[in-house]
Ligand binder design. Structure first.
Ligand code: ACO
Length: 427
């Protein structure tokens, strides 16, 4: 039986349908609110607003649950691979052997970038932020592949997906190679998707590249853990940009810009910068904890807290183990990472953080791993974007296939009402 939620306004009673998700999440369907009552809702930051119905990712922030298409993140991180998880997110089911092998071959066939794109990359100063370069190159892909996608055609949709899955890792690797002053290389299609990614990132021009299992496994896990996170800031951006019928590459380029900010994907860079500052400032962790707790000080402990995980971040639990493994197996001795370990230990016992349920999030540990692997700090958010790619694709595809209306929130206007124009001389 359908249930309703009653709203009483201006002595009139209105009923709005109560809808339920497959995990018993409840929402009031207010599609007709303005039409029936003349009211809109005001919800800055969309803390209480669902923007869509989605079948892709479920998360329960109170219980620390994260599932892609019904599979737990713990299971996927342990048993799957990034390419398989990408297929799962985008197409809805785990692939068969044949499907996965076809997906890989199709990606391999598209893993070439127009040489002219190198000219664009070359024109960026070396000091550019990698996220700015990546957003621009991704947007430029649209110019090199200008055909509009007919979203009703399964073939065209598949081709666009394969193209971006193939070209995006090359753009990410080129961005790092540009920053490091290394020659731009191409994919090696004879090895796995993840081995190829690490090879493109780390191959030195004067030595043969040797695949390192610890590095491959750490990168694979990190990419899986970042692959989707339902309607976060960058994903909502991708969906809203795509809702105007902007293409897949253009929408993803917008998502990259949204991810850049330090309250979102930029947090992993901010974590290491914060740790470096603490070290440069004498390593006094307690002084920084005091600053984080002081309401008159804008400083926040980067890598702590999360908008939706209010008990623990399940991704952080998985990746903490990987971080410990990478540090011990690669024999890393880094005073900045020692500060990270001590900061984590002290903050987890501090009542300010315990009472507010502020725990290290995935980016606290991902920054530590990326640093240990020798990835430049400014590249960390690019690694996040590389992981988030299949999520953005899946969400964009779902939005277009569901023919969602163009995203266009309303506002409550609080500015001046009527003002008479006065000439500049009289102001
Ligand atoms: N350091 C110190 N205090 C904090 C922190 C922090 N990192 N995070 C939250 N708080 C405090 C707030 O000041 C607030 O205190 P109050 O109740 O006394 O006023 C309380 O904890 C609740 O915090 P909110 O700001 O309401 O939490 P919100 O959900 O709005 O913010 C956010 C979440 C943006 C992630 C925040 O925790 C933060 O800024 N963290 C640091 C940045 C970061 O690590 N971002 C990465 C997120 S993960 C990702 O994007 C993949």
């Amino acid at each position: 039986m359908e249930k309703f939620v009653k709203l009483i306004y201006d002595d009139k009673s209105f009923e709005f349908p109560l809808i339920k998700g497959s995990q018993n999440e409840k929402a009031i369907d207010i599609k007709n609110l303005r039409k029936e009552t003349g009211l809109i809702t005001l919800d800055p930051g969309y803390k209480n607003s669902g923007s869509c119905k989605s079948e892709i990712t479920f998360l329960d922030g109170e219980k620390g649950v994260l599932k892609y298409r019904g599979y737990s993140i713990e299971d996927l991180a342990k048993k799957s691979s990034f390419l398989e998880v990408s297929y799962l997110l985008i197409f809805g089911n785990l692939p068969t052997k044949d499907q996965l092998s076809k997906f890989k071959t199709d990606i391999d066939n598209e893993s070439i970038i127009d040489e002219d794109l190198k000219v664009i990359l070359k024109s960026f100063p070396k000091s550019s932020h990698p996220m700015g370069i990546l957003a621009s190159l991704t947007s430029a892909l649209t110019a090199f592949n200008p055909t509009a996608l007919d979203i009703k055609s399964e073939d065209e949709m598949y081709k666009a997906i394969v193209m971006i899955m193939a070209k995006f890792p090359i753009l990410c690797a080129w961005t790092q190679r540009k920053v490091k002053g290394l020659p731009l290389n191409y994919s090696d299609i004879s090895i796995s998707y993840i081995e190829n990614i690490t090879k493109m990132f780390f191959k030195k021009p004067n030595q043969e590249y040797r695949n390192n299992k610890i590095i491959n496994s750490a990168i694979d896990k990190l990419l899986i853990l970042h692959a989707d996170h339902e309607q976060n800031c960058s994903t909502s951006t991708v969906r809203i940009v795509g809702s105007s019928y902007a293409g897949l590459f253009a929408s993803i380029s917008a998502g990259i810009s949204a991810l850049w900010g330090r309250l979102h994907g930029g947090a992993n860079q901010a974590v290491i910068e914060m740790l470096e500052n603490i070290k440069a400032d004498g390593g006094d962790i307690s002084r920084y904890l005091k600053k984080a707790k002081d309401k008159n000080d804008p400083f926040r402990l980067m890598g702590f807290g999360h908008r939706v995980y209010k008990n623990f971040d399940p991704r952080a639990r998985i990746i903490k183990k990987t971080a410990d493994e990478v540090l011990s197996k690669l024999g890393i001795d880094d005073p900045v990472l020692d500060i990270a370990k001590n900061l984590e230990k002290i903050a987890l016992k501090d009542s300010y953080f315990v009472d507010r349920k502020l725990y290290p999030n995935v980016d606290f540990y991902s920054g530590i791993i990326y640093r240990a692997l020798g990835i430049p700090t400014e590249m960390f958010t690019v690694m996040f974007a590389l992981g988030r790619l299949p999520g953005w694709i899946a969400q964009w595809k779902e939005m277009r296939e569901n023919f969602e209306p163009i995203g266009r929130p309303r506002q409550i206007f609080i500015g001046s009402v009527d003002r008479d124009y006065s000439s500049i001389e009289t102001r």
